[in-house]
Write a protein that binds this ligand. Structure first.
Ligand code: F6P
Length: 397
C-alpha cells in the first residue's frame, strides 16, 4: 500500500470524552511529521455523504486535548441507511464514495463504536481505505481491551454513586442508579465496583428480584438499612426458565424470580402501565412521564419491587448523558493520544483497513473484518465480577 498524502477524519455515533484528544493525536503528527493533508469531515457519515468538510490546520487541533464532545460534530447516520423526511431510508453509499474520491482522500479515519466500525468495513468493501479508532463509553468493542471515553464515564458514574451514598445513609433509603452501556455491563460493573454499590445489575447476568431482596434483608440484619443498587440500562429480569450465562455454563437449573402466575400478572400490569403512559403522554405532553414507575426502565421496576416487597423507601436516579459529557480523564487523554498517533504512523506506512486497539498495555491494530458486527460483553467469570463478589456485591443472580 502507498503511504497517505491526504486523509479524511470523522467522528460518528454517540460522542464521548477523548474524541478531540484522538483527533489531535492523528492530526498533529500527520501534519507536522508526515506531511499529510488532513480534512475534517463534519457531522459523522452525513458529512461524507453531503460533503461537509474543511481542511484542518495545526491551529485547529491545538488546545483541544482536554475538550469534551468533538470539534467535528457527530451523528448516528449511516450512508447505507440515510433517513428521508418521510421516515424511510435510502442507500447513499455511492455518494460517500464519490466524496472520498472528490476530496482526493487516501484514507478515511473513523472514530467510533460498533456501528461506526460496521460502516467503515462496508466502505472498505466499496474500495475505500479506512482506519478505525475505538471510542465509546460502553467499552463494548471486540478486540480491544479498552475504548477511550469509557474511563471518563466510569469516573463520572462512580462520583455520582459516591454522592448518592451519603444521602442514602442519611435517609436509610435504597438508592437505585441507572447507568448507560447499551447492551453491555462494563460501565455499570466498573462504576459499581469503584463506588462500592451493594448490588450491581448488568445485562450479562439476568437478575432475580428475590435474590436482590434477600441481599437487602441480609444487609438490614447486619444493621445496614440503606443500600446502593447500580443498574445497567440493558439489565433484564430473569424470566421463568431463563438461564444466566453463568448458570448455562454450569448447566445448572435455575429457580425463577417469579412464579408463572406472578409473571403473568406482572406482564398484564406492564401492558396496562404502557397503555396509561401512552394516554398520559398524549394528554399532557411529556411532562411527568419519567417520574412514573411504569416508564419501562429496569431501574424503575427494581426500585418498585424493593419498596413493594420490603417496604423500604427507594429513589431512582437515571444518570443519562451526564456520563457522556465533560472533560476526558487523564487515562482517556493518554489512550486517545496513543490511538491517534498510532493511526498517524499507520497512515505514514500505508497500513489501512484496520482498527487501532489496546492489547494489554500495547497499542496495536487488528483487521476490520475481525471486529465488524461483533460486540464485547462481560464474561460472567471476569476478574471484576470475581472481585466484586469477593467483597460481598450481589449481582441479582
Ligand atoms: O453508545 C453510547 C451510548 O451512550 C449508550 O450507552 C447509550 O445506550 C446510547 O449511546 C444513547 O444514545 P443517544 O445519545 O443517541 O440517546
Amino acid at each position: 500500500m502507498t503511504r497517505a498524502r491526504c486523509i479524511g477524519i470523522l467522528t460518528s455515533g454517540g460522542d464521548c470524552p477523548g474524541l478531540n484528544a484522538a483527533i489531535r493525536g492523528v492530526a498533529k503528527p500527520a501534519l507536522s511529521d508526515f506531511h499529510i493533508e488532513v480534512i475534517g469531515i463534519e457531522k459523522g457519515f452525513r458529512g461524507l455523504v453531503e460533503n461537509h468538510s474543511r481542511v484542518l490546520h495545526p491551529h485547529d487541533v491545538s488546545g483541544i486535548l482536554s475538550l469534551g464532545g468533538t470539534i467535528l460534530g457527530t451523528s448516528r447516520e449511516k450512508p447505507h441507511k440515510m433517513p428521508l423526511p418521510n421516515g424511510e431510508t435510502v442507500d447513499l453509499t455511492a455518494r460517500a464514495v464519490e466524496t472520498y474520491s472528490r476530496l482526493g482522500l487516501d484514507c478515511l479515519v473513523c472514530l467510533g463504536g460498533n456501528g461506526t466500525h460496521k460502516v467503515a468495513f462496508n466502505l472498505m468493501k466499496h474500495g475505500l481505505n479506512v482506519i478505525g479508532l475505538p471510542k465509546t463509553i460502553d467499552n463494548d468493542l471486540a478486540e480491544t481491551d479498552m475504548t477511550f471515553g469509557h474511563d471518563s464515564a466510569v469516573t463520572t458514574a462512580a462520583e455520582a454513586i459516591d454522592r448518592l451514598y451519603s444521602t442514602a445513609e442519611a435517609h436509610l433509603r435504597v438508592m437505585v442508579i441507572e447507568l448507560m452501556g447499551h447492551n453491555a455491563g462494563w460501565l455499570t460493573l466498573s462504576a459499581g465496583l469503584a463506588g462500592g454499590a451493594d448490588i450491581i445489575l448488568i445485562p450479562e447476568i439476568p437478575y432475580d428480584l428475590e435474590s436482590i431482596c434477600q441481599h437487602l434483608i441480609e444487609r438490614r440484619r447486619r444493621g445496614k438499612w440503606f443500600s446502593i443498587v447500580a443498574v445497567a440500562e440493558g439489565a433484564r429480569l430473569k424470566r421463568p426458565g431463563m438461564k444466566s450465562a453463568e448458570d448455562a455454563a454450569a448447566g445448572a437449573a435455575l429457580a425463577s424470580a417469579l412464579t408463572k402466575e406472578e409473571f403473568k400478572k406482572e406482564k398484564k400490569k406492564d401492558k396496562k402501565r404502557k397503555k396509561d403512559k401512552k394516554q398520559k403522554t398524549s394528554a399532557d405532553g411529556l411532562s411527568d412521564v419519567l417520574d412514573d414507575m411504569g416508564d419501562g426502565r429496569a431501574s424503575s421496576s427494581v426500585a418498585k419491587a424493593i419498596s413493594k416487597r420490603l417496604g423500604m423507601e427507594t429513589r431512582v436516579t437515571v444518570l443519562g448523558h451526564l456520563q457522556r459529557g465533560g472533560l476526558p480523564t487523564p487515562f482517556d487523554r493518554i489512550l486517545a493520544t496513543r490511538f491517534g498517533t498510532h493511526a498517524a504512523e499507520m497512515l505514514s506506512e500505508g497500513v489501512y483497513n484496520r482498527m487501532v486497539c489496546l492489547h494489554g498495555s500495547e497499542v496495536t491494530s487488528v483487521p476490520l473484518e475481525q471486529i465488524a458486527g461483533k460486540v464485547k460483553l462481560v464474561p460472567p467469570d471476569h476478574p471484576l465480577i470475581t472481585a466484586a463478589r469477593r467483597v460481598g456485591t450481589n449481582f441479582g443472580d
